[in-house]
Structure formats: C-alpha cells, structure tokens
Design a binder for this molecule. Sequence first.
Ligand code: PLP
Length: 372
Amino acid sequence: MNLTSFNPPRRILMGPGPSDISPQVLQAQSRPIIGHLDPLFVNMMDEIKALLQYAFQTTNQHTFAVSAPGSAGMETCFVNLVEPGDKVIVCINGVFGQRMLENVERCGGIAVVIEDAWGQPVSPAKVEQALQQHPDSKIVAFVHAETSTGVASDAQALCGLAKQHGCLSIVDAVTSVGGIPVLVDEWGIDAIYSGSQKCLSCVPGLSPVSFSPAAVEKLKGRKTKVQSWFLDQSLVMAYWSGEQKRSYHHTAPVTALYALHESLLMLHQEGLEQAWQRHAQQHALLAAGLDKLGLNLMVEIAYRLPQLNLVAVPEGVDEQAVRARLLNDYNLEIGAGLGQFAGKAWRIGLMGYAARQENVSLCLAALAEVLE
Ligand code: PLP
C-alpha cells in the first residue's frame, strides 16, 4: 500500500450536512492544544456556554455542547429524561422522528406514536388529541426541522400543548438553530439539542444541548440511574459548570471546541436575526432559480425550511448521475432523497456559511448545464 497524507478536494457543501465552514473556523481548529482543565480553556468553555445561550435564546444554566454528534444530543435528552415506564408522545414525520421512537423504546419508555405523512409538519391537533387520550403522558418529543423532508413543524404550538398538559418537551433542533427562529425560553422548550455541522457551520461531532429548570428537576428526581454513564447530565455538568472547581469527566475535544467557539462568535457578530434573514433570502433566490429551470420544490411554502430544499427529480432524469456530475465536475455536493423520497428528490442545503449568493448561483448554473 502506498500511503500518503489525505488531502481532500475543496467541495461546496450544499447537501443536508455537514455544511460549508468558514476558513476562520477551520483556522481556529488548528490553534495549539492546551489542557482541557487549563484555566484559559475553562474560560473559553464559559464563553461557549454564553454563546450557546444566545444561539438558543435561553437563560438556561444547563446549556453546553455534548462531545459527540447530534445523535448523542438526542440520546442525552432521552436517557436523562425518560425513565422506564414513562409515557412519551413521539411525533414522526420523517427519519429523525423515527429515531426518537427508537430512543424512547431503548429507555424503557412507553411510546404513543403520532404519525404525519413525510413532507407534512407534525399536526398539533393530533398531538392535542393524544394528550387528551393519554393524560398520564410525561413528555412530548418532536423534530422541529425534519432534514429528511425539509419541513418545519410549529415548535411553539407543540411545546405550548405539552406545557398545558403538564408534559415536558424534547425538541430536535439539529437543522433549525441558526437557520430559522428557535426561541427556547419564549416557546417553553424543556430539552433541546442541535448539531454543530448544520446552520452553525462548525466541524461535525458536537451537539449543543439545553435543559430548562423543569427538565433539570425531572433529572434530579429520577428513581433510577441514567442508563448511560457518558451522557448522564448530573455527571457531565460537574465538568461544564462546576462553579470555580471543575472535575474531570472526559477529555474534551479541545480543538473542535475552539472551532465551535469561533463559529458561535461569528453567529453572534452577524446577529441571529440577520442570519435567519440571510437563510430566507438565499432560499428565495434558489427557489426562483429552480422555478426558471422548471424544477419544483415539494414542500408547501407555509412550512418549507429555507435551509433544506426538497426538489422533485424530473421524470426520466437519473438523479444519482446528476449528483455524481455535480460532485465530479463542479465540486458541488447536493443530497439524495431519503426514505420515501429516495430516487424521487434531491435535498439542496443552504446551511450556515453555505447560504451565500455565490453558492446559489453556482448551484443553479451547474444544475442547468447538467440537466441539459
Ligand atoms: N436530527 C436531525 C434532524 C438531523 O438532521 C440529524 C443529522 O442529520 C441528526 C438528528 C443526527 O445528527 P448527527 O448526524 O450529527 O449524529
């Protein structure tokens, strides 16, 4: 075997994630390693916490980044908040809702499944009906931005219903934070997780999470131990928020956290509202351009995500061949359809640093040439 260093090409990432990363964030990741209990590092972690509180729009003290990808953020919420025998209303309208169900079952919870069609948002009416039929429910769990379909659900309405019925809410915001409004305190979200690699435009492998005081209460009142040692929040928080004195829990991914600090700083400097606007503007440009090419967006405008566009593959077009040509000839990655949309749709992402006009123009021009 002739082994050499790995030098990937420079691609433009317009798929469902990971998204493009600013050179500023990549540079931050190559800074010198310092100890993960070094006072300077601890100080940076405090800043990450404050920046995450801004990104989530929360004052929750229990806000930090899990040292693992979005799936671990999802597990963090379920293993800490679902005890064996707890009834959980799980909303499924795509791939990631299905994974929530897996989590509930593995925690020994009793799942009440609410299904909506792929390409549709979670129905608050169905959730309300389930809450009435199951007054012993403890949690309502749903995906805010379904990356498999490009659909946004009404997180505010769903969390409001959960609260009215005395339930906690668990919200998947992996694809939403940074791209569309996510207002944790205003909407009364109890447990939320995101991913570093989508609209936050950071390296993959970190999952910001936040727990409300009510979620922390539920954790403290558990009768059983959290089944995962690594994700047990009562242990992790001794490292992330041990006032003054931090104790070792695991070796933090030091350089990935430098990158997160930088990307959150960039989001703070741009301003959340401006970032949401940028995603909306680039989406409008993309939608208009696709329309000119005769390509249709499959999700209704009312609940379409600007950062994840589900595009119907025209009759007779080999969707895989188109993606391969975009990748090989233009260094441009777009995503394939998932599940029910496999072979029928492309997923064009406009996430974080990728949501820029030059990318939209390139994508439209490349698609026009390839489809010709
Ligand atoms: N939830 C949603 C909505 C996602 O889009 C993803 C990843 O695409 C995940 C969870 C899992 O995140 P990760 O792949 O970082 O583990």
